[in-house]
Design a protein around this ligand. Structure first.
Ligand code: AMP
Length: 282
């Protein structure tokens, strides 16, 4: 496995792979890897001849006052994990390599990005779409892997690929959880012992909401309110949003039908955590 930090070094390697007709998979990450990331890398390894993991804490997707500076980083541990998962190349650029002075072009989306995390973090998806477009242009993968943990991000990337005619297959991968149900996240490391316990309220409300819908409840407001009640029972939790939207448009639904995303964002102390379930109701 190789690690490169410049666009030109990455391109040299990719060019050789293309000459040999090798199929390439890309797993974009911000590093501090856990089993959620590793599940994407392993899937990519099983479906491609070569796999690139990008590790880049992207400044443009963080808003003012968010955790860009404090976001956890450990490239040595990440390299060992990537190698053991079977990755072939880590692309680990500095911010100055990705955004040299004078960089002034951004990829912006409307509609899908107005809801959920896009409403709470107004510049977030512009940063995501821009950096993912850049990674797609640098690595030119055949397949790119994204987790359903960030369900809105997955929908946004699929739509961007369709709208901008990227010739890349987007693969969504299921949420990987801790043994007690908390969705794995690099940000879980911010939680102290008391907050870690309190964080279980996310998964408790998600599992309850999902079971209501599976039992036949179709009133979105009823499901949302039941989930909110559960979260509000935890004193350390503060709701950012609990919403049920159409998976393709990210517009709120009142009746649960078709492919729906129920997504939540909750502060546990100062740490903002997200979770969701996706169901297809015929
Ligand atoms: P991040 O490093 O948080 O930007 O995540 C990189 C990729 O890993 C994204 O596509 C995430 O959706 C995915 N991911 C993060 N956590 C999980 C998880 N618990 N299960 C599955 N995928 C995940």
């Amino acid at each position: 496995m190789e690690i490169v930090s410049t666009v030109s070094d990455a391109r040299k390697i990719i060019k050789e792979w293309k000459k040999k007709g090798l199929k390439t998979g890309l797993v974009p990450t911000m590093g501090y890897l856990h089993e959620g990331h590793l599940s994407l890398i392993k899937k990519a390894v099983s479906e491609n001849d070569r796999v690139v993991v990008s590790i880049f804490v992207n400044p443009t997707q963080f808003g003012p006052g968010e955790d860009y500076e404090t976001y956890p980083r450990d490239i040595n541990k990440d390299s060992a994990l990537c190698e053991s998962a079977g990755a072939d190349l880590i692309f680990h650029p500095e911010a100055s390599e990705m955004y040299p002075d004078g960089s002034c072009t951004y990829v912006n989306m409307t509609g899908l990005t107005d809801a959920l995390c896009g409403r709470s973090r107004p510049t977030h998806f512009q940063g995501v779409c821009t950096v993912v477009s850049k990674l797609f242009n640098i690595i030119t993968p055949d397949n790119a892997y994204f987790g359903m943990k960030d369900a809105q991000q997955l929908a946004v990337i699929k739509r961007m690929v369709s709208d901008l005619n990227f010739d890349i297959n987007i693969v969504g991968c299921p949420i990987i959880r801790e043994s007690d149900g908390l969705a794995k996240s690099s940000r879980n490391t911010y939680l102290n012992a008391e907050e870690r316990k309190a964080a279980l309220i996310l998964q408790k409300s998600i599992f309850f909401g999902e079971s209501l819908v599976k039992k036949g409840e179709r009133d979105a407001a009823f499901v949302i309110n039941s989930m909110k009640e559960i979260i509000e029972s935890e004193p350390l939790a503060k709701i950012d949003y609990v919403e049920i939207v159409d998976m393709n448009t990210m517009k709120n639904v009142s009746v649960i039908q078709g492919e729906i995303l129920c997504a939540i964002a909750v502060y546990i102390g100062k740490t903002r955590l997200i979770d969701n379930f996706i169901l297809n109701i015929c």
